[in-house]
Design a protein around this ligand. Structure first.
Ligand SMILES: *Cc1c(COP(=O)(O)O)cnc(C)c1O
Length: 390
């Protein structure tokens, strides 16, 4: 079956007392047992019966099962946010005194997680240019826990060669962990590209229009100790599992993901092509444009679509603020892949807490506007953007 069919038709385990079409929402913190032995078996992992919703919940399990059916992952875990998924992935592999080799182009809070939170626990972040494979080979040593990357960086829109990075990681017996939020996992197989652990902010495309926060972690069977550690240790001790109501909404989101994504990716490509011709726009950056330096690699790795995020560069920061202030249809919002088109000036917002020199080192420029392209008619989006330009 095709992915769009699997996303909709993966059934929950019957019987249900009322034969509900959709998976019921089990809004319960805890579960009752008939005997002391059943209780002991559930708590000690000898049965699959749920014991407490910090660790497992039937509605969340069904969401995880649909993602498993779509990705072919050996294990899937749903968390309360994308950051929780990333935190669990890194804490499952790293020990005190080890290092994480990653890109100098990373989502702002992931930078903070590595160079502040994990640094305090004795973990070193090595933020390098992942396009320079020699630099990666030099950075990885006997104390490296993993290589971590984002498949299309934001807002720099850079694409690394996943196969080459997987080869380096596997040569050292360590996993390649990829944050694939920017292109839905229905479009390509991270596993086939050599990714061992995939993390996704399901707040974005999957939630179905910014309905809820969520995160996913897929383990592809190459590092099963990671799934084991999450199941037996981190779910219990970190308390970052997804809530049942979020799983309900995100399961619905999964059902329409393919249909929504097709329109959004098509809108993004159409918009990028048209914005590239507008004189006030210094540069339009979208990896789906044939003129983009990452076009060929992105097509090879992720297939014919290139996501619904693009950036435009204007002459200076004042022009960017003028643009943001004059938008009438496009929303001034930080999120990605809402049904609505969103705009933000990353330099002064998401990356606001970083110093000027830190932003320079991350190639976050004060001339860049990030656009997340929605489901509106693309002509309306285009007209609003053009009328807001200074
Ligand atoms: C949004 C985002 C995250 C964080 O996800 P939350 O669900 O907001 O915690 C991580 N990585 C990328 C690439 C993102 O876009």
């Amino acid at each position: 079956m095709k992915k769009s069919t699997i996303a909709i038709q993966t059934r929950y385990p019957l019987p249900d007392a009322y034969g509900a079409v959709g998976m019921p929402v089990y809004h319960t913190a805890a579960y009752e047992f008939a005997t002391a032995k059943e209780m002991a078996d559930a708590f000690c992992g000898r049965s699959a019966a749920p014991s407490y919703s910090r660790v497992t919940n039937p509605t969340v399990t069904h969401f995880e099962d649909r993602v498993k059916a779509l990705t072919g992952a050996a294990d899937v875990f749903a968390f309360c946010s994308g950051m929780a998924a990333i935190t669990n992935a890194l804490l499952a592999v790293v020990e005190h005194g080890q290092n994480i080799v990653t890109s100098r182009h990373l989502f702002g809070n992931t930078v903070g997680l590595i160079n502040r939170t994990l640094a305090r626990l004795g973990v070193e972040g090595r933020f390098i240019d992942l396009l320079d494979l020699d630099a990666v080979r030099q950075a990885v040593d006997d104390h490296t826990a993993c290589i971590f990357l984002e498949i299309i960086t934001n807002p720099q829109m850079e694409v690394a060669d996943l196969g080459a990075l997987a080869e380096i990681a596997h040569g050292h017996g360590i996993p390649l962990i990829a944050d694939t939020t920017i292109i839905p996992f229905t479009q390509f197989s991270a596993k086939d590209l050599g990714v061992d652990i995939e993390v996704v902010s399901s707040t974005k495309y999957i939630s179905g229009g910014a309905t809820s926060l969520g995160g996913l972690l897929m383990e592809y069977g190459t590092f099963p100790q990671v799934a084991q550690r999450i199941r037996a240790e981190l779910l219990y001790n970190l308390g970052s599992y997804m809530a049942p109501h979020a799983a309900y909404m995100q399961t619905l989101g999964l059902e329409t993901l393919d249909a929504r994504y097709r329109v959004q990716a098509q809108n993004a490509l159409n918009l990028a092509q048209r914005l590239a011709e507008v004189p006030q726009i210094v540069q339009t950056n979208y990896v789906g444009l044939k003129t983009n330096p990452f076009y060929t690699l992105a097509q090879k790795q992720f297939g014919p679509t290139a996501g619904a995020m693009l950036t435009i560069d204007l002459s200076d920061k004042q022009a960017c603020f003028h643009f943001i202030d004059h938008l009438k249809l496009v929303r001034r919002v930080t999120n990605l892949f809402d049904n609505k088109t969103l705009a933000i000036h990353p330099y002064s917002t998401i990356f606001g807490p970083f110093s000027r020199s830190q932003k320079l080192a991350m190639d976050v420029l004060d001339t860049t506007i990030r656009l997340s392209v929605g489901l509106e008619d693309v002509d309306d989006i285009y007209e609003d953007i053009v009328q807001a330009l200074p």
